[in-house]
Design a protein around this ligand. Sequence first.
Ligand code: ADP
Length: 384
Amino acid sequence: MLRFFRSHLAWKVFLSYVVVVLVGVIVLASATRFSVPAAFDRHLAGMSAMMSGDTMMGDAQPLELELFSNYQASVTEALSLATAAALIAAVLASFFISRQVVGPVQQMMEISHRIADGEYEERLKISGNVQANQLDELDQLALTFNQMADKLEKTENMRRQLIGDVTHELLTPLTAIKGYMEGLTDGVLAGTPETYQQVHSEADRLQRLVNGLQELSRVEAGAYQQRLESVSAYDLVETVVSHLSRQFEEKGIRLGIKLDEGLPNVTADKDRTIQVITNLVGNAMQYTTMGGSVVITATTVKSDVVFCVTDTGIGIAADQLSFIFNRFYRTDKSRARVSGGSGIGLTIAQALVKAQHGRIWAESAGEGKGSSFFFTLPVVAEKQ
Ligand code: ADP
């Protein structure tokens, strides 16, 4: 019961009014009990003295009037006392209410001003018990406000981090291009086709980075048309294999497929899913050396089809596995940079799979032991 009162502001307000009314009633009741009878007694005594003396019966009228006016005076006295007591109770109750309501609202206003000025660390104090869920409406508002401040702080940190990352990523090829150009101008570098080729490949990397960022921002904002339809899992894998098999041959890496028989269709955006598989198979090819192999499998697990791309390549250390889907993350920065990787591909793949109600993750037995990339897509629901 107490818990119920504690967690409802309306009840607190109601209770404070009840207190005011009760104080008024109690004072009024005790005043009528003690002061009105005393006044009555006084007047009745005066009246009987007059009636027992030589007062004429005709004078009874003024006595009655006096009795009535004294009765009125005592009631007024009682009412004044009750009013004074109720006023004091009202002042106390409004003080209590303003502490409960106005205080937190003012604090919220101050903190929201500070957040608007860029100070994201401030949080509101919550007086109720969050664990026991004993929160009134103001506590709940404070809790939501704090959650909003958490999100704003996180977004702001991500924005800062992104600007830092992008600047760093752009700076590397730009510095290289500038270095080549200065070398050429000063005559330190010979203007050979190789030098121009180096400049071109740095510019090419810049372009890929900008394209990747553009794609990522579109995918993360959901600003692309997603066409979910019933798609054959075989077709998805076959399309990617036919696109990439020549490159695998050139690199001397075997590419195999192992698909379950009777694979059901999945609900997916065909082009986007091909993009995801191409990215995973492309990475597998990139991080596997000549003589290695890459296998694409697909199996049905409950209401999902699980696609997997396994390679015998460089593998991923256990402590890096959880980071590889973060933007710009590369396990071996220098090697990936040389191979032109920007660390955005897996971030895009993750966003695309999530948008299609799937999950994506990676497993590896460790460095040098190959890796497996999995993602799921929901099986097409059968029509009833
Ligand atoms: P990148 O363009 O650098 O390949 P990705 O987002 O596709 O960017 O991959 C992020 C990082 O994850 C890569 O730089 C690499 O370190 C690691 N990675 C991805 N796929 C594999 C793989 N098949 N084997 C080993 N490491 C991988």
